[in-house]
Design a protein around this ligand. Structure first.
Ligand code: NAD
Length: 438
């Protein structure tokens, strides 16, 4: 695996860059500096890396094994938190990288969690619904001893849904009940608080489904102000990925008056400089099967989308799409990272040299985990908030995180990513130092 395409190596390179920025803050004594270096070293390996082969019966009666992972990166600031991805390209390196980024993301918005991530190497489109349920349940049963409301709180990610969380929380509760029957304590708190991203009918939160995309648009509005362009219709966006994040980002961008010039999915995309109607694209995609076949704009490839003459480029699919090959071709003024890890460190340097503004993933897409946090709080309180309350609390935290990033970026003359990561890593390191076990 080349350096650029190994997301974990990328996460470690980013951490080294951040450590170089933070080091002077801990240099007042040799002892303090030593503790800082120990904390950084510890942050380079997840606290726990769980992996297994899950064996399930297919509808044909045959058995098949699937490789599954859970990385618990760091819990200095609170329970581990992170999604579960079902994808054929899931690797241990990817899961470790994503768990590291979760630690930073939770710290950026100040929510009291550490980072985790899970995944199964599977193409869920090749499974029947019953096979998908069996695999999801097998994963939750395997993970049950390692998770819980105050231990590790999983959530959906690529190709995992509220329904999958519902099966998983049910399986987790079965494991808890079995413990109860053996005379062990169980259900000290609402077990529904073990998973977030659940359906509304099973302890989910109002607003969670659209939260990541919507919160990304709160960030886009702030970015527009910084680009000195408050007339939203003069700002065009090209969005790669039209799943949960990409669709809701497109929907709320259009609603806020921005011009959605291009969208794509794994099969390709469309470009319409006058602006697309995301609801119409979604409706057409449901009949044609892919965005590229909707006939609502000029057909383009995913590579062409990255190089479009738009104001803001929004990667909202998978990681490693902005590389040394694609970064020089980008014509957007800014990149708003809605996907996790879409830019390699080498490409980041190219964007910085080219003065292309980058709003990093851990800030831009933090709306998902923030609303997951609200869901967890509601479950623990046993009290469901109305959607308006969820959205207004979300906006406060996103705007505050953006302003903090921008202040550090401008006062310390740092690129957006470094400014964001510096804030996040400092909060985690300080929590580790406060615990006094370094
Ligand atoms: P999703 O499965 O709903 O959608 C993924 C989209 O990406 C689909 O439209 C798919 O067709 C497209 N895609 C897949 N491969 C592609 C390729 N090679 N080129 C172009 N498009 C491709 O997933 P999602 O929940 O929207 O997540 C998207 C990204 O956002 C991921 O990086 C995820 O980790 C991140 N993220 C998601 C959330 C959330 O709340 N769902 C929160 C934070 C970050």
């Amino acid at each position: 695996m080349s350096h650029q395409s190994d997301p974990y190596q990328n996460a470690l390179v980013q951490l080294d860059h951040v450590a170089a920025v933070l080091r002077p803050l801990y240099a007042e004594s040799a002892g303090q500096l030593k503790k800082f270096e120990t904390a950084i070293k510890r942050l380079k390996t997840p606290d726990r890396m769980l992996k297994t082969q899950l064996k399930i019966q297919l509808d044909s009666g045959k058995f098949r094994k699937f490789l599954a992972f859970r990385a618990q990166h760091n819990a200095a600031r609170g329970p581990y938190k992170g999604g579960i991805r079902f994808h054929p390209n899931v690797t241990e390196a990817e899961v470790k990288a994503l768990s590291t980024w979760m630690t930073w993301k939770c710290a950026v918005t100040g929510i009291p969690y550490g980072g985790a991530k899970g995944g199964i190497v599977v193409d869920p489109k090749l499974l029947s619904l019953t096979e998908l349920e069996r695999l999801s349940r097998a994963y939750a049963a395997w993970l049950a001893p390692w998770i819980g409301p105050w231990v590790d709180v999983p959530a959906p990610d690529v190709n995992t849904t509220g329904q999958i969380m519902a099966w998983m929380v049910d399986e987790y509760q079965k494991a808890q009940r079995a413990k109860l029957e053996q005379g062990q304590t169980a259900f000290e708190v609402n077990p529904l608080a073990t998973f977030t991203g659940k359906p509304l009918g099973l302890g989910g939160s109002e607003g969670r489904e659209e939260a990541t995309g919507l919160a990304g648009v709160f960030t886009l509005i702030k970015l527009a102000e910084k680009l000195s362009q408050t007339d939203h219709k003069k700002i065009s966006v090209a969005i790669q990925g039209f799943g949960n994040v990409g669709y809701w980002f497109a929907y709320h961008s259009a609603k806020a008056g921005f011009k959605v010039a291009a969208v794509s999915d794994s099969k390709g995309g469309i470009y319409e400089p006058k602006g697309l109607d995301p609801e119409q694209v979604l409706a057409a995609k449901k009949t044609t099967g892919s965005v590229g076949q909707t006939g609502l704009g000029k057909v383009i490839t995913n590579a062409e989308l990255l190089a479009l003459p738009v104001t803001v480029l929004v990667p909202a699919a998978l990681e490693n799409v902005i590389t040394t090959e694609t970064a020089p071709l980008i014509r957007a003024k800014a990149v708003l990272e809605m996907a996790n890890g879409p830019t390699t460190p080498e490409a980041d340097e190219i964007l910085a040299t080219r003065k292309i503004e980058v709003i990093p993933d851990v800030l831009a897409n933090a709306g998902g985990v923030t609303t997951s946090y609200f869901e967890w709080v509601q479950n623990l309180q046993g009290y469901a908030w109305p959607k308006t309350e969820v959205i207004s609390k979300l906006k406060v935290l996103m705007d505050q995180s953006f302003d903090q990033m921008w202040q550090i970026k401008t006062t310390q003359k740092l690129p957006g990513r470094l400014a964001t990561y510096a804030t996040a890593v400092k909060r985690v390191v300080d929590a580790m130092l406060l615990r006094g076990n370094i």
